[in-house]
Design a protein around this ligand. Structure first.
Ligand code: UD1
Ligand code: UDP
Length: 359
Protein backbone atom coordinates (compact mmCIF):
# COMPACT_ATOMS: atom_id res chain seq x y z
CA UNK A 1 0.00 0.00 0.00
CA UNK A 2 1.17 3.50 -0.89
CA UNK A 3 0.42 6.52 1.29
CA UNK A 4 0.50 9.81 -0.62
CA UNK A 5 0.95 12.85 1.61
CA UNK A 6 0.27 16.33 0.23
CA UNK A 7 -0.89 19.67 1.56
CA UNK A 8 -0.26 22.64 -0.74
CA UNK A 9 -1.13 23.83 -4.26
CA UNK A 10 2.11 22.72 -5.96
CA UNK A 11 2.02 19.32 -4.25
CA UNK A 12 -1.51 18.65 -5.49
CA UNK A 13 -0.50 19.61 -9.04
CA UNK A 14 2.80 17.70 -9.08
CA UNK A 15 1.42 14.61 -7.32
CA UNK A 16 -1.53 14.43 -9.72
CA UNK A 17 0.35 12.30 -12.31
CA UNK A 18 1.36 9.88 -9.54
CA UNK A 19 -2.22 9.66 -8.28
CA UNK A 20 -3.52 9.10 -11.83
CA UNK A 21 -1.03 6.29 -12.33
CA UNK A 22 -2.05 4.62 -9.02
CA UNK A 23 -5.67 4.81 -10.21
CA UNK A 24 -4.84 3.44 -13.67
CA UNK A 25 -3.02 0.47 -12.16
CA UNK A 26 -5.77 -0.10 -9.52
CA UNK A 27 -3.17 0.05 -6.76
CA UNK A 28 -3.97 0.07 -3.08
CA UNK A 29 -3.18 3.66 -2.05
CA UNK A 30 -4.59 6.55 -0.06
CA UNK A 31 -4.21 10.32 -0.01
CA UNK A 32 -3.50 12.10 3.25
CA UNK A 33 -4.06 15.86 2.94
CA UNK A 34 -2.46 17.86 5.74
CA UNK A 35 -4.64 20.92 5.16
CA UNK A 36 -1.62 23.26 4.99
CA UNK A 37 -3.48 24.95 2.12
CA UNK A 38 -7.23 25.15 2.62
CA UNK A 39 -8.68 28.15 0.73
CA UNK A 40 -10.83 26.98 -2.17
CA UNK A 41 -8.56 28.43 -4.86
CA UNK A 42 -5.38 26.98 -3.25
CA UNK A 43 -6.80 23.49 -2.65
CA UNK A 44 -10.23 22.14 -3.65
CA UNK A 45 -10.19 23.81 -7.05
CA UNK A 46 -7.28 21.59 -8.11
CA UNK A 47 -8.98 18.37 -6.97
CA UNK A 48 -12.00 19.37 -9.02
CA UNK A 49 -10.31 20.47 -12.21
CA UNK A 50 -7.69 17.70 -12.21
CA UNK A 51 -10.43 15.19 -11.39
CA UNK A 52 -8.56 13.73 -8.41
CA UNK A 53 -10.11 11.38 -5.86
CA UNK A 54 -11.02 12.69 -2.42
CA UNK A 55 -8.27 12.41 0.19
CA UNK A 56 -9.07 9.65 2.68
CA UNK A 57 -7.84 11.95 5.47
CA UNK A 58 -7.55 15.68 5.96
CA UNK A 59 -5.69 16.92 9.04
CA UNK A 60 -6.95 20.50 8.60
CA UNK A 61 -3.78 21.88 10.19
CA UNK A 62 -4.17 25.29 8.52
CA UNK A 63 -1.69 28.14 8.85
CA UNK A 64 0.71 28.93 11.69
CA UNK A 65 4.36 29.45 12.53
CA UNK A 66 6.80 26.92 11.09
CA UNK A 67 7.07 24.95 14.33
CA UNK A 68 3.33 25.03 14.95
CA UNK A 69 2.42 23.87 11.45
CA UNK A 70 5.20 21.27 11.23
CA UNK A 71 4.41 19.96 14.72
CA UNK A 72 0.70 19.59 14.03
CA UNK A 73 1.39 17.73 10.79
CA UNK A 74 3.90 15.41 12.47
CA UNK A 75 1.44 14.57 15.21
CA UNK A 76 -1.51 14.01 12.87
CA UNK A 77 0.39 12.02 10.25
CA UNK A 78 1.85 9.64 12.82
CA UNK A 79 -1.59 8.56 14.04
CA UNK A 80 -2.83 7.84 10.54
CA UNK A 81 0.29 6.00 9.38
CA UNK A 82 0.21 3.90 12.52
CA UNK A 83 -3.32 2.86 11.66
CA UNK A 84 -2.89 2.40 7.86
CA UNK A 85 0.64 0.93 7.94
CA UNK A 86 1.48 1.61 4.27
CA UNK A 87 4.54 -0.04 2.70
CA UNK A 88 5.79 3.30 1.46
CA UNK A 89 4.92 6.96 1.93
CA UNK A 90 5.41 9.48 -0.87
CA UNK A 91 6.00 13.18 -0.35
CA UNK A 92 6.68 15.80 -3.04
CA UNK A 93 8.80 18.94 -2.91
CA UNK A 94 9.97 21.06 0.00
CA UNK A 95 7.11 22.32 2.15
CA UNK A 96 6.45 21.85 5.87
CA UNK A 97 4.01 19.10 4.86
CA UNK A 98 6.89 17.25 3.20
CA UNK A 99 9.41 17.37 6.03
CA UNK A 100 6.82 16.51 8.69
CA UNK A 101 5.24 13.73 6.63
CA UNK A 102 8.62 12.18 5.87
CA UNK A 103 9.79 12.41 9.49
CA UNK A 104 6.63 10.83 10.90
CA UNK A 105 6.93 7.93 8.44
CA UNK A 106 10.62 7.35 8.92
CA UNK A 107 10.28 7.18 12.75
CA UNK A 108 7.62 4.51 12.24
CA UNK A 109 10.11 2.58 10.06
CA UNK A 110 7.91 3.15 7.02
CA UNK A 111 9.84 3.66 3.79
CA UNK A 112 9.82 7.19 2.43
CA UNK A 113 9.95 8.17 -1.24
CA UNK A 114 10.84 11.80 -1.94
CA UNK A 115 9.54 13.08 -5.25
CA UNK A 116 11.67 15.99 -6.57
CA UNK A 117 14.66 15.05 -4.42
CA UNK A 118 18.08 16.69 -4.60
CA UNK A 119 17.13 20.30 -5.36
CA UNK A 120 19.44 22.80 -3.66
CA UNK A 121 19.49 26.59 -3.63
CA UNK A 122 22.42 26.43 -1.17
CA UNK A 123 20.63 29.15 0.80
CA UNK A 124 19.71 27.98 4.29
CA UNK A 125 17.76 31.18 4.93
CA UNK A 126 14.98 29.67 2.81
CA UNK A 127 12.72 27.48 4.94
CA UNK A 128 12.30 25.21 1.92
CA UNK A 129 16.05 24.50 1.72
CA UNK A 130 16.01 23.14 5.27
CA UNK A 131 12.96 21.01 4.44
CA UNK A 132 14.62 19.61 1.29
CA UNK A 133 17.89 18.70 2.95
CA UNK A 134 16.21 17.03 5.91
CA UNK A 135 13.72 15.12 3.78
CA UNK A 136 16.38 13.83 1.40
CA UNK A 137 18.47 12.52 4.27
CA UNK A 138 15.63 10.52 5.84
CA UNK A 139 14.25 9.16 2.56
CA UNK A 140 14.77 5.65 1.24
CA UNK A 141 13.85 6.37 -2.38
CA UNK A 142 15.03 9.63 -3.88
CA UNK A 143 13.24 10.48 -7.11
CA UNK A 144 15.55 13.12 -8.54
CA UNK A 145 14.21 15.13 -11.48
CA UNK A 146 17.60 15.69 -13.18
CA UNK A 147 21.21 14.46 -13.17
CA UNK A 148 22.16 17.72 -11.47
CA UNK A 149 19.82 16.90 -8.57
CA UNK A 150 21.33 13.42 -8.37
CA UNK A 151 24.82 14.90 -8.16
CA UNK A 152 23.73 17.18 -5.29
CA UNK A 153 22.61 14.10 -3.38
CA UNK A 154 25.79 12.15 -4.10
CA UNK A 155 27.88 15.11 -2.90
CA UNK A 156 26.05 14.91 0.45
CA UNK A 157 26.96 11.25 0.79
CA UNK A 158 23.59 9.75 -0.15
CA UNK A 159 23.90 6.24 -1.57
CA UNK A 160 23.49 6.15 -5.37
CA UNK A 161 21.40 2.97 -5.00
CA UNK A 162 18.62 5.01 -3.38
CA UNK A 163 18.47 7.54 -6.25
CA UNK A 164 16.37 7.24 -9.37
CA UNK A 165 16.41 10.04 -11.99
CA UNK A 166 12.83 10.27 -13.23
CA UNK A 167 12.34 13.74 -14.69
CA UNK A 168 9.92 16.09 -12.96
CA UNK A 169 6.24 15.17 -12.60
CA UNK A 170 5.45 18.77 -13.58
CA UNK A 171 6.13 17.73 -17.20
CA UNK A 172 3.55 14.93 -16.91
CA UNK A 173 1.09 17.39 -15.37
CA UNK A 174 1.61 19.87 -18.23
CA UNK A 175 1.30 17.22 -20.95
CA UNK A 176 -1.82 15.79 -19.30
CA UNK A 177 -3.54 19.16 -19.00
CA UNK A 178 -2.43 21.50 -21.80
CA UNK A 179 -4.96 20.23 -24.35
CA UNK A 180 -7.70 20.12 -21.72
CA UNK A 181 -6.87 23.75 -20.91
CA UNK A 182 -7.17 24.68 -24.59
CA UNK A 183 -10.63 23.10 -24.76
CA UNK A 184 -12.05 24.10 -21.40
CA UNK A 185 -10.85 27.58 -20.49
CA UNK A 186 -10.83 30.94 -22.24
CA UNK A 187 -8.95 33.08 -19.76
CA UNK A 188 -7.26 35.27 -22.38
CA UNK A 189 -10.63 36.34 -23.76
CA UNK A 190 -12.05 36.64 -20.23
CA UNK A 191 -9.26 39.08 -19.29
CA UNK A 192 -9.24 40.74 -22.71
CA UNK A 193 -5.61 39.79 -23.40
CA UNK A 194 -3.83 39.16 -26.68
CA UNK A 195 -1.21 36.37 -26.93
CA UNK A 196 2.38 37.57 -26.27
CA UNK A 197 1.14 41.03 -25.31
CA UNK A 198 1.03 40.75 -21.54
CA UNK A 199 3.27 39.89 -18.60
CA UNK A 200 2.29 37.26 -16.03
CA UNK A 201 3.55 37.52 -12.45
CA UNK A 202 3.51 35.40 -9.31
CA UNK A 203 5.26 36.09 -5.98
CA UNK A 204 4.83 34.38 -2.63
CA UNK A 205 8.24 33.48 -1.19
CA UNK A 206 8.38 34.26 2.51
CA UNK A 207 11.79 36.00 2.16
CA UNK A 208 10.34 38.26 -0.56
CA UNK A 209 6.80 39.16 0.39
CA UNK A 210 7.29 39.26 4.18
CA UNK A 211 10.12 41.76 3.61
CA UNK A 212 8.73 45.26 3.11
CA UNK A 213 11.67 46.51 0.98
CA UNK A 214 11.69 43.50 -1.28
CA UNK A 215 7.92 43.56 -1.82
CA UNK A 216 8.09 47.27 -2.62
CA UNK A 217 10.97 46.63 -5.02
CA UNK A 218 8.96 43.96 -6.82
CA UNK A 219 5.87 46.16 -7.15
CA UNK A 220 7.94 49.13 -8.38
CA UNK A 221 9.73 46.89 -10.88
CA UNK A 222 6.40 45.65 -12.25
CA UNK A 223 5.10 49.22 -12.52
CA UNK A 224 8.13 50.31 -14.53
CA UNK A 225 7.78 47.25 -16.75
CA UNK A 226 4.17 48.14 -17.46
CA UNK A 227 5.11 51.73 -18.30
CA UNK A 228 8.01 50.82 -20.58
CA UNK A 229 6.17 48.13 -22.58
CA UNK A 230 2.61 49.50 -22.29
CA UNK A 231 1.34 45.98 -21.78
CA UNK A 232 -0.92 44.60 -19.05
CA UNK A 233 0.78 43.00 -16.06
CA UNK A 234 -1.41 40.18 -14.72
CA UNK A 235 -0.67 39.29 -11.10
CA UNK A 236 -2.74 36.47 -9.57
CA UNK A 237 -1.92 36.85 -5.88
CA UNK A 238 -1.15 34.08 -3.43
CA UNK A 239 -2.99 34.64 -0.10
CA UNK A 240 0.26 35.33 1.77
CA UNK A 241 1.06 38.11 -0.70
CA UNK A 242 -2.48 39.50 -0.67
CA UNK A 243 -2.23 39.90 3.09
CA UNK A 244 1.09 41.73 2.88
CA UNK A 245 -0.01 44.03 0.04
CA UNK A 246 -3.06 45.01 2.07
CA UNK A 247 -1.00 45.57 5.22
CA UNK A 248 1.57 47.73 3.42
CA UNK A 249 -1.04 49.62 1.45
CA UNK A 250 1.21 49.55 -1.62
CA UNK A 251 -0.43 51.29 -4.53
CA UNK A 252 -0.35 49.14 -7.61
CA UNK A 253 -0.46 51.42 -10.63
CA UNK A 254 -0.98 49.55 -13.85
CA UNK A 255 -0.82 46.08 -12.32
CA UNK A 256 -3.90 43.91 -12.61
CA UNK A 257 -4.10 42.03 -9.33
CA UNK A 258 -6.43 39.01 -9.54
CA UNK A 259 -7.51 35.97 -7.57
CA UNK A 260 -5.21 32.90 -7.87
CA UNK A 261 -6.18 30.97 -11.01
CA UNK A 262 -6.86 27.29 -11.45
CA UNK A 263 -4.13 25.19 -13.05
CA UNK A 264 -5.85 25.10 -16.46
CA UNK A 265 -6.28 28.87 -16.59
CA UNK A 266 -2.77 29.45 -15.29
CA UNK A 267 -1.25 27.07 -17.85
CA UNK A 268 -3.01 28.93 -20.62
CA UNK A 269 -1.84 32.30 -19.30
CA UNK A 270 1.73 31.03 -18.93
CA UNK A 271 1.93 29.53 -22.38
CA UNK A 272 0.89 32.78 -24.13
CA UNK A 273 2.73 35.31 -21.96
CA UNK A 274 5.44 37.55 -23.38
CA UNK A 275 7.41 36.94 -20.21
CA UNK A 276 6.65 35.42 -16.81
CA UNK A 277 8.10 37.04 -13.69
CA UNK A 278 8.02 34.88 -10.60
CA UNK A 279 9.64 33.68 -7.40
CA UNK A 280 7.87 30.32 -7.59
CA UNK A 281 9.76 27.07 -8.02
CA UNK A 282 7.16 25.32 -10.15
CA UNK A 283 6.64 28.31 -12.43
CA UNK A 284 10.37 28.40 -13.32
CA UNK A 285 10.01 24.79 -14.49
CA UNK A 286 6.70 25.20 -16.28
CA UNK A 287 7.82 28.21 -18.32
CA UNK A 288 10.92 26.28 -19.34
CA UNK A 289 8.81 23.32 -20.50
CA UNK A 290 6.31 25.59 -22.27
CA UNK A 291 9.06 27.53 -24.09
CA UNK A 292 8.25 30.88 -22.46
CA UNK A 293 10.99 33.15 -21.03
CA UNK A 294 11.07 33.53 -17.25
CA UNK A 295 12.58 36.21 -14.99
CA UNK A 296 13.01 34.92 -11.45
CA UNK A 297 12.72 37.60 -8.78
CA UNK A 298 15.24 35.98 -6.46
CA UNK A 299 19.02 35.92 -5.93
CA UNK A 300 19.43 32.16 -6.19
CA UNK A 301 17.50 29.18 -7.49
CA UNK A 302 17.32 25.45 -6.86
CA UNK A 303 16.41 25.11 -10.55
CA UNK A 304 19.84 25.93 -12.13
CA UNK A 305 18.98 23.79 -15.17
CA UNK A 306 16.69 26.60 -16.35
CA UNK A 307 19.53 29.13 -16.14
CA UNK A 308 21.94 26.80 -17.92
CA UNK A 309 19.65 26.23 -20.92
CA UNK A 310 18.72 29.92 -21.14
CA UNK A 311 15.00 29.90 -20.33
CA UNK A 312 15.36 31.76 -17.03
CA UNK A 313 17.29 34.69 -15.57
CA UNK A 314 17.76 35.73 -11.93
CA UNK A 315 16.74 39.38 -11.62
CA UNK A 316 16.60 39.89 -7.85
CA UNK A 317 13.95 41.99 -6.16
CA UNK A 318 14.96 45.60 -6.72
CA UNK A 319 13.04 47.51 -9.36
CA UNK A 320 16.01 48.39 -11.59
CA UNK A 321 17.20 44.77 -11.68
CA UNK A 322 13.72 43.52 -12.53
CA UNK A 323 13.35 45.98 -15.43
CA UNK A 324 16.83 45.30 -16.78
CA UNK A 325 16.40 41.52 -16.55
CA UNK A 326 13.00 41.70 -18.21
CA UNK A 327 14.44 43.74 -21.11
CA UNK A 328 16.93 40.93 -21.71
CA UNK A 329 14.52 38.02 -21.30
CA UNK A 330 11.79 39.37 -23.62
CA UNK A 331 14.23 39.09 -26.54
CA UNK A 332 14.76 35.33 -26.06
CA UNK A 333 13.37 32.94 -28.60
CA UNK A 334 12.55 29.43 -27.48
CA UNK A 335 15.60 27.46 -28.61
CA UNK A 336 16.09 25.41 -25.47
CA UNK A 337 15.47 21.76 -24.74
CA UNK A 338 13.39 20.91 -21.69
CA UNK A 339 15.72 19.38 -19.05
CA UNK A 340 12.90 17.95 -16.92
CA UNK A 341 12.17 14.74 -18.80
CA UNK A 342 9.55 13.47 -21.19
CA UNK A 343 6.48 13.26 -18.99
CA UNK A 344 6.78 9.73 -17.62
CA UNK A 345 8.08 10.58 -14.14
CA UNK A 346 4.76 9.61 -12.49
CA UNK A 347 4.81 6.19 -14.15
CA UNK A 348 8.44 5.55 -13.15
CA UNK A 349 7.80 6.54 -9.54
CA UNK A 350 4.73 4.33 -9.22
CA UNK A 351 6.56 1.42 -10.85
CA UNK A 352 9.24 1.60 -8.15
CA UNK A 353 6.69 2.03 -5.33
CA UNK A 354 4.54 -0.88 -6.49
CA UNK A 355 7.49 -3.22 -5.93
CA UNK A 356 8.09 -2.09 -2.31
CA UNK A 357 6.96 -4.41 0.46
CA UNK A 358 7.35 -3.50 4.14
CA UNK A 359 9.79 -5.51 6.26
C1 UD1 B 1 3.94 27.18 1.31
C2 UD1 B 1 5.30 26.54 1.32
C3 UD1 B 1 6.11 27.01 0.13
C4 UD1 B 1 5.36 26.77 -1.15
C5 UD1 B 1 3.97 27.38 -1.07
C6 UD1 B 1 3.18 27.02 -2.29
C7 UD1 B 1 6.33 26.03 3.50
C8 UD1 B 1 7.33 26.45 4.50
N1 UD1 B 1 6.05 26.90 2.52
O1 UD1 B 1 4.13 28.58 1.44
O2 UD1 B 1 7.33 26.29 0.07
O3 UD1 B 1 6.08 27.35 -2.21
O4 UD1 B 1 3.29 26.88 0.08
O5 UD1 B 1 2.16 27.92 -2.54
O6 UD1 B 1 5.82 24.94 3.59
N2 UD1 B 1 -3.10 31.13 3.36
C9 UD1 B 1 -4.43 31.24 3.06
N3 UD1 B 1 -5.05 30.16 2.50
C10 UD1 B 1 -4.42 29.00 2.24
C11 UD1 B 1 -3.06 28.90 2.57
C12 UD1 B 1 -2.41 29.97 3.12
O7 UD1 B 1 -5.06 32.27 3.28
O8 UD1 B 1 -5.04 28.06 1.72
C13 UD1 B 1 -2.38 32.31 3.91
C14 UD1 B 1 -2.34 32.35 5.44
O9 UD1 B 1 -2.42 33.68 5.82
C15 UD1 B 1 -0.95 31.82 5.74
C16 UD1 B 1 -0.13 32.28 4.55
O10 UD1 B 1 -1.03 32.27 3.45
O11 UD1 B 1 -0.45 32.31 6.94
C17 UD1 B 1 1.06 31.39 4.25
O12 UD1 B 1 0.68 30.01 4.09
P1 UD1 B 1 1.73 28.84 4.39
O13 UD1 B 1 1.16 27.53 4.00
O14 UD1 B 1 2.29 28.98 5.75
O15 UD1 B 1 2.94 29.17 3.45
P2 UD1 B 1 2.95 29.51 1.91
O16 UD1 B 1 3.47 30.91 1.74
O17 UD1 B 1 1.66 29.15 1.29
N1 UDP C 1 -0.45 28.11 -10.12
C1 UDP C 1 -1.83 28.09 -10.34
N2 UDP C 1 -2.53 29.26 -10.25
C2 UDP C 1 -1.93 30.44 -9.96
C3 UDP C 1 -0.53 30.46 -9.73
C4 UDP C 1 0.18 29.27 -9.81
O1 UDP C 1 -2.39 27.03 -10.63
O2 UDP C 1 -2.63 31.46 -9.90
C5 UDP C 1 0.29 26.84 -10.21
C6 UDP C 1 1.44 26.84 -11.18
O3 UDP C 1 1.01 26.45 -12.46
C7 UDP C 1 2.40 25.82 -10.57
C8 UDP C 1 2.10 25.91 -9.09
O4 UDP C 1 0.88 26.63 -8.95
O5 UDP C 1 2.07 24.51 -11.00
C9 UDP C 1 3.21 26.63 -8.38
O6 UDP C 1 2.85 26.79 -7.04
P1 UDP C 1 3.48 27.89 -6.09
O7 UDP C 1 4.10 28.96 -6.91
O8 UDP C 1 2.43 28.25 -5.12
O9 UDP C 1 4.58 27.07 -5.28
P2 UDP C 1 6.10 26.66 -5.56
O10 UDP C 1 6.18 25.98 -6.87
O11 UDP C 1 6.91 27.90 -5.48
O12 UDP C 1 6.41 25.77 -4.42
Amino acid sequence: MIGIILGTRPEIIKMSPVIRECERRHLDYFILHTGQHYSYEMDRLFFEELDLPEPRYNLDVGSGSHAEQTGKILFGVEKILDQEAPDIVLVQGDTNTVVAGALAASKLQIRVGHVEAGLRSFNRRMPEEINRVMTDHISDYLFAPTENARENLLREGIDDKKICVTGNTVVDAIYQNLDIAKRKVSILQDLDLRPHEYFLVTAHREENVDNRDRLRGIIRGLESLQKEFSMPVIFPVHPRTAKRINELGIDRDGIRVTRPFGFLEFLQLESHAKLVLTDSGGVQEETCVLGVPCATMRYDTERPETLAIGSNILVGTDSAGILEGARTAVTWKNHWKNPYGDGIAGKMIVLVCAAVRSN
